[in-house]
Design a protein around this ligand. Sequence first.
Ligand code: M6R
Length: 306
Amino acid sequence: MREVNRIILIACGTASYAALIGKYAFERLAGIPTEVDVASEFRYRDPIIDSHTLIFVISQSGETADTLAAAREAKRKGAFVRGIVNVVGSTIARETDGGTYIHAGPELAVASTKAYANMVAILLLYALQFGRSRRLSLATGRRLLGALSEIVPKMEKALEQDKKIQKLAEKYQNYKNFLFLGRGINFPVALEGSLKLKEISYIHSEAFPGGEMKHGQIALLSENFPVLAIMTKNQLYEKMRSNIEEVKARKAPVILIATEGDDKAKELAEDIIYVSETMELLEPLVNTIPLQLFAYHMAVLLGRDV
Ligand code: M6R
């Protein structure tokens, strides 16, 4: 672990969004430069890899062709390749040099949901372990583990908002376009919410980092283009607030994911879903759930076969 000076996380789709969260964790907790590559790009470029590069390939099924090919390419170039895989005995699990099964249980529908959450949790644990072998203090490590062990009731609380989110979907089911916004560790959450909406309800949606929106995307916004934004209480809260104000100036309806007790958030939102507060690095585990439920209810209401 001490020889590693660079990490590359390789995956596709939802697994690549879990990887983006992993990047934040590895850089923040362990101080190791970390990149995320979508597998279909990695395998066709000429990546610079040496024996100090650690590669993680992340896959629910363990059979995704691009991810498998990327793992083979990385091994051919001399990297140590670890798998983070759900399906036991799958090809990626067998071909990697080592790794971790996430044991999320079978994903029966096309949408990867619990696998995503478990990928995020495993990546956090890896980052914590790398951090502790380097610069992370025992106290911070313990704080993170404590927060992680308290995360399940917070996730359950998000799931309990199901009825409220169903009502929200009823209200928004006829809109044709959605924009998802997040910043920092919640940008991958926005990407995941947007992908789920597209994937199961066939509604057009896009996801942007809040600060990037003004560089073009904002031109599309109007009262017919709702924005789902994650504005939980973290270090980028104020930045996100000012992005939402720009959205409101365009008259786009704003649906906010905000932290319980943040009454000021109501001033900005047409609709609001409150989630429990947790450590910033763990926020995706909670904040993704309302977005997944929103995609689910939109799809059911539109008669799609989820
Ligand atoms: O089995 P994998 O995790 O390798 O699959 C990767 C993607 O195809 C997958 O995450 C896809 O984006 C999901 N169906 C999204 O819900």
